[in-house]
Design a protein around this ligand. Structure first.
Ligand SMILES: O=C(O)CCC(=O)C(=O)O
Ligand SMILES: [Fe+2]
Length: 197
């Protein structure tokens, strides 16, 4: 795969950013439709034996029969809605590959977040490609290298943008969406993935 839009330049990773993947009006329409139509769920996470609400709402869409899990949470995927199907087709054109699941996140406000992690579940194969569409409130996306402390990056994910992480990225870096004290609007993020086993 060739990466023409490496922004910013991140060593030891493959990260491609398409800021204007969706024009403003289209991005607004998709955000409002998904806010309404997705049956958002509140997952519980266990930390040292105690249960907490995950700091965001989520849902999983995917091809029939595919299930996917992380941090001990197992989802059965919902069938693709018309909206989700159309976004998947648009993403696949740019990524030049197909995806069979999409994990959808709703960050309701600045208290919602996604802690440091890598999307390296074994179902995603050796070098997972994660194609991530952002709608609504811009939030900072952080990347930090697992060994070199100087390789830390932080950039805004714009309304209507597409970020693709590929190659070794899930082995060499962790990423997060941090909390913020600013008073902000909701953000939807869709991460398309390919379960290969
Ligand atoms: O919200 C984002 O931009 C990132 C989401 C993410 O990292 C994930 O769902 O694995
Ligand atoms: Fe992730």
């Amino acid at each position: 795969m060739f990466f023409p839009n490496l922004f910013p330049k991140i060593p030891d990773a493959r990260v491609e950013y398409h800021e204007d993947f969706y024009a403003f009006a289209k991005a607004e329409h998709l955000k409002n439709t998904l806010l309404e139509e997705v049956p958002w769920r509140q997952n519980k996470i266990k930390i040292f034996g105690k249960e907490y609400d995950e700091p965001r709402l989520t849902q999983l869409y995917g091809d029939e029969g595919i299930s996917y899990g992380y941090s001990g949470i197992d989802f059965a995927a919902l069938p693709w809605s018309e909206t989700m199907k159309s976004i998947k087709i648009d993403v696949e054109k740019v990524a030049k590959m197909t995806f069979n699941i999409c994990l959808v996140n709703l960050y309701r406000d600045g208290k919602d977040s996604n802690g440091w992690h890598a999307d390296n579940e074994k179902e995603l194969g050796e070098n997972p490609v994660i194609a991530s569409v952002s709608l609504g409130q811009e939030r900072f996306f952080h990347l930090r290298h697992n060994h070199n402390k100087e390789w830390r990056f932080k950039f805004q994910l714009h309304h209507g943008s597409l970020l693709i992480m590929a190659g070794q990225t899930q082995h060499t870096y962790k990423h997060q969406i941090a909390k913020t004290a600013r008073k902000i609007e909701p953000r939807i993020n869709l991460t398309f993935r390919k379960v290969v086993m």
